[in-house]
Design a binder for this molecule. Structure first.
Ligand code: DP6
Length: 339
């Protein structure tokens, strides 16, 4: 019998992945960049047991048994097993996978990214695979490839039709910019109508704006973002982060039928951040939104206390259904996945 347990971080994109050029291999139309959050606070945890005594493969997610036949799970397992030494005894044993997230689903953070990164990392340990695995995590959920690494991470879209070069690399470890913090402003909302997967599929099929982004904007923006991170240039970092989030959501509205992820409270947060920055005479706080109404705020430690008091003033508790519910300060890990 062999048992492995791994943890993987949540990541928050500052240059967004939105649109695939290959649905099956999960190949994106552009590069994206994110930071991985500290696994001390929020992470996915996966334990896999392989044993000659197991009669069938099983998969539990947050305590609930799931089908083992989902195409994404099968693709990851197939890709991992293709790199495994077939003479290892565990190659022929059935496996039991148990995955959980240690953060509330209400936080609306991309749990699939951490979840698939963790699963693939655990499978790689189980089958004793060394080397690059972000291309395999990508086949579970695109953004999962960025959660294979800590710190600041770039997912290169790649050019090959096989997807072999569509991998993540670390731009800088978390301790490169130790003052950076992320606050998650959770906005209460109904369940989102479109998942990221279905939303970006409709975008690729119907939006003209997404083509403009892919051809004329995002490459140059990813380069400028990488430089801002390397130079620890917060002002540039903040401006690009906000512009890229705004462009992703503009593209969502250009999708037909439109995917509306941000709500009135999200827009109130956007206005608050711009007013705060105007008052401070510079970009001191940056928002970014994924496929939901919740805001992720990137800011330096020196701004945290003041910004949080402003948020509490503008969105007093107890919150109504649309108000900011809670926030949480986060730090970044400076290492790859923990075992
Ligand atoms: C808005 O990785 O969840 O969070 O590849 O279809 O599983 P699939 O999509 P997913 O998309 C995440 C999109 C995003 C932006 C980002 O994280 O870059």
């Amino acid at each position: 019998m062999k048992i492995v347990t791994c943890v993987a971080p949540v990541n928050i994109a500052v240059i967004k992945y939105w649109g695939k050029r290959d649905e099956n291999l999960i190949l994106p139309i552009n590069d994206s960049i994110s930071a991985s959050l500290s696994t001390d606070i929020m992470c996915a945890k996966t334990t896999i047991m392989a044993s000659p005594l197991l009669k069938e493969n099983k998969f539990w997610l947050n305590g609930r048994e799931q089908t083992f036949d989902s195409p994404r799970l099968s693709n990851c397992i197939k890709a991992i097993r293709a790199r495994c030494d077939e003479t290892l005894p565990q190659f022929n044993w059935k496996i039991s996978i148990c995955s959980e997230n240690n953060f509330p689903t209400a936080a609306g953070l991309a749990s699939s990214a951490a979840g698939y990164a963790c699963l693939v990392h655990a499978l790689a340990h189980l089958y004793e695979i060394k080397g690059e695995i972000s291309d395999i995590a990508r086949q579970g959920s695109g953004s999962a490839c960025r959660s294979i690494y800590g710190g600041w991470v770039q997912w290169h879209k790649g050019d090959l039709p096989t997807g072999a070069d569509s991998i993540a690399t670390q731009i800088a470890p978390a301790d490169h910019w130790p003052e950076m913090r992320i606050i998650v402003l959770v906005v209460n909302d109904c369940r989102k109508k479109y998942s990221s997967t279905s939303g970006m599929k409709t975008t690729t099929e119907t939006s003209t704006l997404v083509k403009f982004r892919a051809e004329s904007v995002v490459n140059q923006r990813a380069k400028a973002m990488k430089k801002a991170i390397e130079d620890k240039d917060y002002e540039s970092f903040a401006e690009i982060t906000m512009k890229d989030s705004n462009q992703m959501h503009a593209i969502c509205l250009d999708t037909f039928p439109p995917c509306v992820y941000m709500n009135d409270t999200s827009h109130a947060i956007v206005n608050l951040v711009h007013s705060y920055n105007e008052y401070k005479k510079g970009q001191k706080v940056a928002y970014t939104f994924d496929a939901g109404p919740n805001a992720c705020i990137y800011l330096l430690q020196s701004e945290v206390e003041q910004f949080i008091s402003v948020v509490n003033h503008v969105f007093p508790k107890p919150a109504d259904i649309d108000a900011v519910e809670y926030y949480r300060g986060l730090t970044l890990p400076n290492k790859q996945l923990d075992k």
